[in-house]
Design a protein around this ligand. Structure first.
Ligand code: G3H
Ligand code: 13P
Ligand code: ZN
Length: 304
């Protein structure tokens, strides 16, 4: 069923688990994560970034996600990830997304508040909930832990939430997007989540949470991928983050790696194959497998 992000995330927050958020770009990724959620009876957030919308089009991705949600017995919410273009965010609200993220985290504090507040006002009028971000989460090319990351300040977080009225807050505790999260030892400030949580009541969101599973990296590498230096967030760190008040865990990179490894395997081991269904079918299965692991880690099994 099509779900409200606010309902499923608030429930998770009250009960001490997290709702898995998965980024999708196409039908196979969507079907893989939905199959995982259905098998494990987990609530699910399906998300599209601005890049995904540019690639596939909002109408296509919305129709796919809406179809999945309407056919499904588990609650599935549809979310706009890292919205920066205000017109696009409003379009998503009008389209019927369950929630939108306004990511004005690279703006000065006052501007972040002003932009977030204006989107909150607009989205709430339409019954859509809003995720905002304070501090900055590192980017895909950020090879050095901490470089380019501004950690979320707990006092500012309290003021930010109070003044914007946002429903969920993405916090910067040292994670970064992509497969190269740390150059040496993982350096996450789990304690910072506790400090932030002391001061605000709303659920927190962890971006850049992918594990970068070794088995998947090995398979991709075996079939030609060049992934030296990749490193993700450990399961134990994710569990601690959830214990301290994170109720939405964002995953994209692990799905991309699983997709890539599976496609490489088919093409390399069977060079005569050119039927897209036989190339992408195994990728869909691999996505499901990785999504199941993430759902178990979130503690959302049987919480649908
Ligand atoms: O948080 C970012 C997601 O991994 C989406 O990445 O902008 O390349 O679609 P993208
Ligand atoms: P990963 O790159 O760690 O999968 O993070 C994805 C994310 O935060 C999407 O918003
Ligand atoms: Zn993110």
């Amino acid at each position: 069923m099509f779900a409200s992000t606010k309902n499923i995330v608030q429930k998770a927050h009250r009960k001490g688990y997290a709702v898995p958020h998965f980024n999708i770009n196409n039908m196979e990724i969507l079907q893989g994560v939905v199959a995982a959620a259905e098998k494990l009876k987990s609530p699910l957030i399906v998300a599209t970034s601005e890049g995904a919308l540019e690639y596939a089009g909002m109408d296509y991705l919305y129709a796919l996600a809406r179809t999945a949600a309407d056919k499904s017995t588990v609650p599935i919410a549809f979310h706009l990830d890292h919205g920066q273009n205000l017109a696009l965010i409003k379009k998503a609200v009008q389209k019927g997304y369950s929630s939108v993220m306004i990511d004005a985290s690279h703006q000065p504090f006052a501007k972040n508040i002003a932009l977030t507040k204006s989107i909150v006002r607009y989205a709430h009028r339409h019954g859509v909930s809003v995720e905002a971000e304070l501090g900055t989460i590192g980017g895909k090319e950020d090879l050095v832990s901490g470089r380019g990351i501004i950690y979320t300040d707990p006092l500012k977080a309290a003021e930010f939430v109070e003044r914007t009225g946002c429903d969920f807050l993405a916090v910067a505790i040292g994670t970064s997007h992509g497969a190269y999260k740390f150059s040496g030892k993982a350096n996450l400030k789990i304690d910072l989540i506790r400090e932030i949580k002391k001061r605000i009541k709303i659920p927190l969101v962890l971006h850049g949470a992918s594990e970068v599973p070794l088995s998947v990296v090995r398979q991709a590498t075996r079939y030609g991928a060049q992934l030296s230096g990749v490193q993700g967030v450990s399961d134990s760190q994710i569990k601690q983050a959830i214990q301290h008040g994170v109720a939405k865990i964002n995953t994209d990179t692990d799905l991309r790696l699983a997709f890539d490894a599976a496609v490489r395997k088919v093409i390399i081991t069977n060079p005569r194959e050119f039927d897209p269904r036989r190339i992408l079918g195994p990728a869909r299965d691999s996505i499901q497998k990785v999504a199941e692991q993430r759902i178990r880690l979130c503690g959302s099994v049987n919480k649908a």
